[in-house]
Design a protein around this ligand. Structure first.
Ligand code: ADP
Ligand code: ASP
Ligand code: MG
Length: 479
């Protein structure tokens, strides 16, 4: 059994949904292997839903037009998908109307919820999760109905029934013990052999049935959660690129597909910004040893990338890939009085934890004169304010001189299992950047020696990625 996940671009409209279902039909003809699918919302819908909620919260009535826009996309898709050749007009109409009714009741529910947000002028993270859930719910319902209309035995499955999380809205944590048993029970009781489960990615629920989400790009994670629970042979993530590439293809033109990637490297690449995969996708697969494939819906014959316990294949001996996290800020805690002071680092990190700031990178000069912590830009103001309050005593006795925030930065990382014990990698990295006049603001290397991360100014984004790629994978960089 396999799990196939299709991302937003692969199911963004009727034409792409048709194409995706063609892949499934071919798969069924070629192999007896059973499979279930997990689909995202249509590309742009989740962003649209977030904007919609923000508009309603601000008291602007134009949220209504946004909902109309979402409804129009559903109507267009239904009109195209349910007017199939070979069906007489009346039958097609009947089917189309039935599906439209199903979608209309979802959109009406969305209207009511958004109206509630508009009335109270407040959209809590919990309400936002509920609003975002409609993207996956509408699309998977539509896809399952379309597959049924073609005679493919399919069942729409709302993942909220089977994926159980805590209540950390926006990026909830999965309770694997409960989820695994719910998934197994549901599939054995309610999905008959040969039926294709069409499962909503991204969404889940708490013990009390409150809707949660797994973080942006979370449908990848849903696929591996299901795959691990059901003991799938493979998990396939179908997207719009030929696999995991050496660097973001939108920035680095010559980036090539990495044929095999180790689990550790895939985790580092996605954590450090390669959005082709949700960073948690690898977690369930590590334990169960299920390979994850990244494949291109628009180019299905290409092999793609395999992520497994095996070592990676890289064109460069030490470095496998380059990734970057945009829109970060550096919080710099400066002070000569920090020298040898015990417990200050602990206080800084626990304070950042209290204000929910996610620490991306830490760097401390060996002189112990300053500690700098890189966090998301939107978290920086709050972090600075709370740090000032919590370190009030240290500031007054001049143990800490100042807490500065530098915005508009980016973390760039090179990743590769082969870096361990290979000399000269940092030399090449800094030479590549220096050669292009790019200033490096801070540096960190994980003790795993699988990653070197550095902070640069956002304006150097493209230039830095291109220079590093050229340095390691360009002609002179090839080894
Ligand atoms: P989906 O909608 O299928 O989930 P995403 O947009 O989330 O797709 O992820 C695929 C995109 O990730 C690609 O189109 C590409 O622009 C971007 N990307 C960034 N870094 C990489 C990388 N190293 N390899 C492949 N794609 C990458
Ligand atoms: N629809 C969600 C998002 O846009 C989840 C996903 O696409 O994986 O983030
Ligand atoms: Mg994605």
């Amino acid at each position: 059994m396999k799990i196939l996940k299709f991302g937003g671009t692969s199911v963004k409209d009727a034409q792409r949904i048709r194409h995706m279902v063609d892949i499934l039909i071919r798969r069924k003809e070629e192999s007896k292997d059973e499979f279930h699918i997990v689909c995202s919302a249509m590309k742009g819908i989740t962003d649209g839903l977030i904007e919609l909620a923000m508009i309603a919260e601000s008291g602007d009535t134009s949220y209504k037009e946004r909902i109309d826009g979402i409804w129009t996309r559903q109507e267009e898709a239904v009109a195209e998908l349910f007017a199939p050749e070979g069906l007489d007009d009346r039958a097609a109409d009947r089917l189309g109307n039935q599906v439209l009714n199903g979608l209309a009741s979802l959109v009406n529910e969305l209207r009511e919820i958004t109206h509630g947000i508009f009335l109270v002028r407040e959209c809590s993270p919990r309400s936002l999760d509920l609003v975002m859930s409609f993207g996956e719910r509408m699309n998977n319902y539509l896809i399952a109905q379309y597959m049924l209309s073609l005679g493919l035995p399919s069942l729409f499955i709302d993942a909220r029934k089977v994926v159980r999380t805590n209540a950390s809205h926006g990026r909830a944590e999965v309770d694997f013990a409960i989820t695994n048993s719910l998934v197994r029970e549901f599939f054995s009781d309610s999905v008959s052999p040969g039926t294709i489960g069409v499962v909503t990615g991204f969404i889940a629920s708490t013990e009390r049935g409150i809707t949660t989400t797994l973080g942006r790009n979370g449908s990848d994670y849903t696929a591996s959660i299901l795959g691990a629970a059901l003991g799938a042979r493979d998990i396939e993530i179908w997207t719009d690129v030929d696999g995991v590439l050496e660097a973001d293809p939108r920035v680095v033109e010559g980036a090539k597909v990495i044929a095999d990637l180790s689990i550790d490297e895939a985790m580092e690449m996605s954590y450090f910004g390669a959005e082709v995969l949700h960073p948690s996708t690898m977690l369930p697969a590590v334990e169960t040893n299920i390979p994850i494939w990244i494949k291109n819906t628009m180019n299905p014959q290409v092999r793609g990338t395999r992520i497994s316990r095996q070592k990676s294949t890289s064109r460069h001996a030490a470095v496998t890939g380059i990734a970057s996290i945009p829109r970060v800020a550096m919080v710099n805690i400066i002070g000569g009085g920090m020298l040898g002071s015990k417990g200050l680092a602990g206080k800084i990190f626990s304070t950042l934890g209290k204000c929910d700031a996610n620490i991306i990178m830490i760097s401390q000069a060996s002189s112990e004169h300053s500690i700098c912590v890189v966090i998301r830009q939107e978290e920086a103001d709050l972090a600075q304010r709370v740090l000032r309050t919590e370190l009030d005593h240290e500031l007054r006795v001049k143990q800490v001189q100042d807490i500065e925030v530098t915005p508009d930065l980016e973390v760039v990382s090179i990743i590769g299992g082969g870096m361990r014990g290979t000399p000269g990698v940092s030399g090449k990295l800094f030479y590549s950047l220096g050669n292009q006049g790019i200033n490096v603001i801070a540096i960190a290397q994980g003790s795993s020696e699988m990653n070197i991360s550095l902070v640069i100014h956002s304006r150097d984004h493209a230039k830095a990625l291109q220079a590093i790629h050229q340095g390691f994978f360009g002609q002179e960089g090839d080894e």
